[in-house]
Write a protein that binds this ligand. Structure first.
Ligand code: GDP
Length: 365
């Protein structure tokens, strides 16, 4: 499963949010491939289409697709120099696909702020600086190495150095690597560096429990939004404390509580959906009477790769896929209906899977 790491200064609400995530957590029996670790919370990705497909097919079982959140505690000022958990912390960030950066936007005299005042932009910059410093170290090392290799007249190294110099310039100006415009080829060249500030970021603006409905008029949240726009990041206002309460409820009680709060859905759901969008992920479905299930793929994945998400045998032995789009299936009312309308397509190994495709794979064992 894909992973987002939760980071932030001490006392901003990370543990509260992470506890809400594990509390709301997925039935792990359905996700044997997910990491089992106290610092990892597995959540199901909410998707209305899955409910609709369940109504249509009436399967024995419905399984949403999953997403992991990793609690990366311990970042303090000086981490890049080894303070606190320092390098260990940074190594954990290297492994995640996206970063959820929790920022304190709530006031509470009883909860001390490490810097003595609520200032989300300064908090963000403190953490970003540590990540930037760590990246500067990686980039400098690589530039030095590639310059040596370049002496043999190798064009590939020359190009790498050119890209890295641009990133270096940005980092020295306190800007993350993701703010540098790069072509797909250029991104590929530097991919193996796993730069921390290249990862997509989502700021979770933690607002006070009585401010959840007007979170957008919270001046701290507005500041975070302005900041995020400038560096290609997203913002999700959330109240970690409220999420912790929501996570303890189920079904009707949960719906009632959300309604009382004036919320259309939980902040956690919005956070999961935003992370999914941020990572450029698609969902495709399998819809049999045994099981209706959602699966996650990256945009641009071809049919055999999508089959491989279910099982590597499906990818290896891939023959073709029967595909109907979600909209066509719902409009036709059933798989047979879609077939009669000629909307059930046979697709081969070069087919690029679309978001919402309902797929059935044929493969050799
Ligand atoms: P962490 O150090 O970032 O993991 O922060 P915690 O989740 O442990 O939160 C620090 C303190 O702030 C705890 O006492 C939380 O109950 C409190 N806290 C977290 N979110 C909120 C909030 O939205 N409002 C208020 N008033 N307190 C909060």
């Amino acid at each position: 499963a894909l992973k987002a790491g939760i980071v932030g200064l001490p006392n901003v609400g990370k543990s509260t949010l992470f506890n809400a995530i594990t509390q709301a957590g997925a039935e792990s029996a359905n996700y044997p491939f997910c990491t089992i670790d106290p610092n990892v919370g597995v959540v199901e990705v909410p998707d209305e289409r899955l409910d609709k497909l369940t109504e249509l097919v009436v399967p024995n079982k419905t399984v949403p697709t999953a997403f992991e959140f990793v609690d990366i505690a311990g970042l303090v000022r000086g981490a890049s120099k080894g303070e606190g958990l320092g390098n260990k912390f940074l190594a954990h960030i290297r492994e995640v696909d996206a970063i959820v950066h929790v920022v304190r936007c709530f006031e509470d005299e009883n909860i001390t702020h490490v810097d003595g005042k609520i200032d989300p932009i300064s908090d963000i910059q403190t953490i970003n600086l540590e990540l930037i410093l760590a990246d500067i170290e990686s980039v400098d090392k690589r530039i030095e190495r590639s310059r040596k290799n370049m002496k043999g007249g190798n064009k590939q190294y020359a190009q790498e150095v050119e890209v890295l110099e641009r990133i270096k310039e940005s980092l020295y100006a306190d800007k993350p690597a993701r703010s540098v415009e790069l072509s797909d080829d250029e991104k590929l060249i530097i991919r193996d560096l796993h730069l921390l500030t290249m990862k997509p970021v989502l700021y979770a603006a933690n607002v006070s429990e009585d401010g959840v409905t007007e979170a957008d008029s919270n001046p701290y949240v507005q500041k975070v939004r302005e900041f995020a726009i400038a560096e290609n990041a997203e913002v999700v206002p959330i109240s970690a404390k409220v999420e912790a309460e929501i996570a303890e409820l189920e079904g009707e009680d949960k719906a009632m509580f959300l309604e009382e709060l004036g919320l259309a859905e939980s902040g956690l759901n919005r956070l999961i959906k935003a992370a999914y969008r941020l990572l450029g992920l698609y969902t495709y479905f399998t819809a049999g009477v045994q099981e209706v299930r959602a699966w996650t793929i990256h945009k641009g994945t071809k049919a055999p790769g999508a089959a491989g998400v279910i099982h590597s045998d499906f990818e290896r032995g891939f023959i073709r896929a029967e595909v109907v789009s979600y909209d066509d299936l719902v409009a036709a009312g059933s798989m047979n209906g879609a077939k009669e309308r000629g909307q059930l397509r046979l697709e081969g190994k070069d087919y690029v899977v679309q978001d919402g495709d309902v797929m059935h794979f044929r493969f050799n064992v």
